[in-house]
Ligand binder design. Structure first.
Ligand code: PLP
Length: 441
């Protein structure tokens, strides 16, 4: 009997009792290799001593101070650190406690920016199908996961969705990646024409689509075209780097690899690495200045904004990543992981695609590699893979609805940045066994 309303009411969850490096141990003493960092969170693995020491030191001084009374050294130092390493022009930080809150803040700040600029007619948001931006009302509304939106549709603000970049299924056979990217850019242009560009607030996108598509990057040139279109219409580009950011793809920010800088950028997960709930919204100087010279305040706040313990944890996480040159390890082990996945699954009858960047890799499962037909959703293959993986002491992040919100299955991998060769090999071996067992049942 449990009094917790768990994610799945019927499911029995093992009790996690300790963690060390890339492993979590349950109450029976069984170890699980954390190949997904939970949900792409635990970038330093578990129980990193330097982060814990920094959190202890913060607690010895001050556990909490409400931001309507005080700032704290932890919040200031983390903001300095984030601004110093941010994409061009993003030099202010608004703190929240997770990814959904970061997206909510982005949507509201974008709207307030235009109200203060004297453009209150701007009210439309454009995002993409097959995306996830969080679970709170605003974030759910911009997200493109139909099955999660359906029950709440009457409560959601109106949003508009265009196609994601989904090369494996949606690039035509005779189309180059560049031509595909241009086609998608034209679709965005067409949507702006339909709504009237002067009525649009922002375009929201994940640079590498995480949980909904399974680590799908854009094609070359796509984000440059998106940036150009946003600028032409004076609309803001909001990048959701909650999952793909903070080093996961081998650069601190995923958008660095696209050669663009957004107007607003949501980060979370790897920011605090799971040591504390924290997210942040990074904003362009022009947005900050508009508010500074206008109303003087962002009309949005939370009780736990800038929590000092969370800021101290995140600062320690980011310092360890730099000190230990862990982004180099993300690139090195990311290449190793991709190579090993291709060796194991390149000819697998039920794996249609291996994709991703850095330590952010996805496998799409198909019933037929030639036709790309997906498995019958009634089989719940993604849940079976998770079950078989857990039975083998492996944590991965499978999901269904890859193709259209209903059909399709994929497995997402996002191991900690501290992972080594042998641990990658262990992950691929266990995953191979888990997938084989899941499709056989
Ligand atoms: N945005 C993206 C891209 C995500 O992957 C997630 C969570 O998985 C969120 C937003 C929401 O973050 P949170 O679950 O911390 O609210």
């Amino acid at each position: 009997m449990t009094h917790v309303l768990h994610r799945s009411i019927a499911h029995h969850y093992p009790t996690a009792v300790s963690g060390r490096g890339v492993f979590i141990r349950d109450e029976t003493g069984k170890d699980y290799i954390d190949a997904s960092g939970g949900a792409a969170v635990s970038c330093l693995g578990h129980s990193h001593p330097d982060v814990i020491a920094a959190m202890r030191a913060q607690l010895d001084h001050l556990e909490y101070a409400h931001t309507s009374f005080f700032t704290t050294q932890a919040a200031e130092e983390l903001a300095d650190d984030l601004a110093a390493h941010a994409p061009a022009g993003l030099d202010h930080v608004f703190y929240v406690s997770g990814g959904s809150e970061a997206i909510e803040a982005a949507l509201k700040l974008a709207r307030q920016y235009f109200v203060e600029r004297g453009e209150p007619q701007r009210r439309h948001l454009i995002a993409r199908r097959q995306s996830y931006h969080g679970i709170t009302a605003g974030a759910l509304a911009v997200g493109g996961r139909e099955w999660q939106r359906r029950a709440f549709a009457p409560l959601l603000i109106e949003t508009n969705h265009v196609s994601p970049v989904y090369e494996y299924r949606e690039r035509a056979g005779n189309e180059t990646p560049q031509a595909y990217g241009e086609r998608l850019a034209q679709e965005l242009e067409a949507k702006l024409e339909e709504l009237g560009g002067e009525n649009v607030i922002a375009f929201v996108a994940e640079p590498v689509v995480g949980a909904t598509l399974g680590a799908v990057p854009a094609v070359p040139g796509y984000f440059k075209a998106v940036r150009r279109i946003c600028d032409q219409h004076g609309i803001l580009l909001i990048l959701d780097e909650v999952m793909c950011g903070m080093g996961r793809t081998g650069t601190l920010h995923a958008c660095e690899q696209e050669g663009i800088s957004p107007d607003l950028m949501a980060i979370a997960k790897g920011l605090g690495g799971g040591f504390a709930p924290i997210g942040a919204l990074l904003l362009q100087r022009k947005i900050f200045q508009t508010l500074a010279q206008g109303s003087g305040a962002f009309q949005h706040s939370h009780t736990y904004t800038g929590h000092p313990l969370a800021c101290a944890a995140a600062l320690a996480v980011q310092r360890v990543i730099r000190r230990d040159d862990l982004l180099a390890n993300v690139r090195r082990q990311g290449a190793h992981l991709e190579r090993r996945l291709r060796e194991r699954f390149g000819n697998h009858p039920f794996v249609g695609d291996v994709r991703g960047r850095g330590l952010f890799q996805g496998l799409e499962l198909v019933a037929d590699r030639t036709t790309k037909e997906s498995f019958d959703p009634a089989r719940k293959l993604n849940a079976r893979v998770k079950h078989e993986a857990m039975a083998r002491g492996l944590m991965v992040y499978p999901m269904g609805g890859t193709v259209d919100g209903k059909r399709g299955d994929h497995v997402l991998l996002a191991p900690p940045f501290i992972i080594d060769d042998a641990e990658i090999d262990m992950i691929v071996e266990r995953l191979g066994d888990a997938i084989d067992a899941a499709v056989a049942t």
